[in-house]
Design a protein around this ligand. Structure first.
Ligand code: NAP
Length: 317
């Protein structure tokens, strides 16, 4: 049986599946492993089932034992892994696409609703008590008839588009390549971000974190938006330059933000805590039981498929 290091505690059903499939090293205390601990724990292992809380950069990949042939990431995003360094060392990297798209799209919609309808302020007021209803109390932005820009209209972006359309939003999107008509669902394509941002009353960020997308929301690009736009991010924190967004929120160029992901999680930029219109969640995108089990099962199946066939359909490098 292949020996696999599973870096984080999984839901019970998934750990049972792992035990049936290979000889796993489980993290029963769900300790956050340091980079040196990952190297130490992976000695003699054939593979690693990693999660987004481990930064597997070139330095750590180069130090992994030669016996490690696969890193199966428990996420669809793989910005935590240096794909090139893994490839050079002959390590296959896999991810868990599709199974988390519904759950993440739900959180994407929650961010849009929460930011537009001032949910953060509403929750604070309801808990504090003493609030008084009036005709102009906590007036928010209605979604019906509002333009939604989707940056990264892939699996999750398309699901968000479908739900947002049913709420009466008008869909615009930018990808590097235009989608086929059925995937566009009537959405209007923009071949550059300036064009997309300039028509986005609300933006939903759904693209991966890459060198190209890092800090795509920055001092210059926040100015492309209509005044009072709303920016939401269900993808990865690296796509936003926090200082630029916090500044735009402070001067009301950007009306509100809805964020699930951050640079340096869980230590988000404290500037967000001072912004009343920031609706912030602690990386809940895929956090439903069914989805987490499906993700873990797929991460396990990816390893199994790789060792049985020498290949894996979810190989990303
Ligand atoms: P996907 O199907 O690969 O979609 C990504 C989309 O982004 C594609 O349409 C792609 O189109 C576009 N894109 C890639 N690079 C781009 C660039 N440089 N400029 C503009 N568009 C670009 O991925 P997915 O399954 O929807 O997941 C998207 C991301 O969501 C993941 O990478 C992950 O980081 C994040 N995520 C977060 C959570 C959470 O818990 N909050 C959960 C799941 C996923 P082109 O290739 O044509 O450009």
């Amino acid at each position: 049986m292949k020996k696999i290091l599973i870096t984080r505690k999984l839901i019970k059903e998934s750990e049972e599946k792992a035990i049936k499939t290979f000889d796993p090293i489980l993290n029963t205390n769900d300790e956050l492993y340091s980079q040196s601990k990952v190297i130490e724990m992976s000695q003699g292992c054939d593979g690693i089932l990693s999660s987004l809380t481990e930064k597997l950069d070139k330095e750590i990949i180069d130090k992994l034992p030669d016996s490690v042939k696969i890193i199966s990431n428990f996420a669809v995003g793989f910005g935590n892994i240096d794909l090139e360094a893994a490839k050079k060392k002959g390590i296959v990297v896999t991810n868990t696409p599709e199974v988390l798209s519904d759950a993440t799209a739900e959180i994407g919609i929650l961010l849009i609703l929460g930011a537009c309808r001032r949910a953060a302020e509403g929750i604070d007021s309801a808990k504090e008590g003493g609030w008084k209803w009036s005709a102009d109390y906590l007036i928010g932005k209605q979604l019906t008839g509002t333009r939604l820009g989707i940056l990264g209209m892939g699996r999750i972006g398309q699901k968000i588009a479908r739900i947002a359309k049913s709420l009466g939003m008008i869909i615009h999107y930018h990808n590097r390549s235009k989608l086929s008509e059925d995937k566009e669902q009537g959405g209007i394509y923009h071949d550059n971000i300036k064009s997309l941002f300039s028509v986005s009353d609300v933006l939903s960020i759904c693209c991966p974190a890459t060198k190209e997308t890092e800090n795509m929301i920055n001092k210059e690009t926040v100015e492309y938006f209509p005044k009072g736009a709303v920016i939401t991010n269900v993808a990865r924190g690296d796509i936003i330059d926090d200082e630029a967004l916090i500044d735009a929120l402070s001067r009301r160029k950007i009306y509100a933000a809805g964020l699930d992901v951050y640079k340096n999680e869980p230590n988000l930029n404290p500037g967000y805590l001072k912004i009343k219109t920031a609706f912030i969640l602690p990386h809940l995108g895929s956090a439903t039981k069914d989805t987490r089990i499906a993700m873990a099962n797929l991460a396990i199946d990816n390893i199994d498929e790789f060792f049985k066939t020498g290949n894996c359909k979810n190989n990303v490098n």
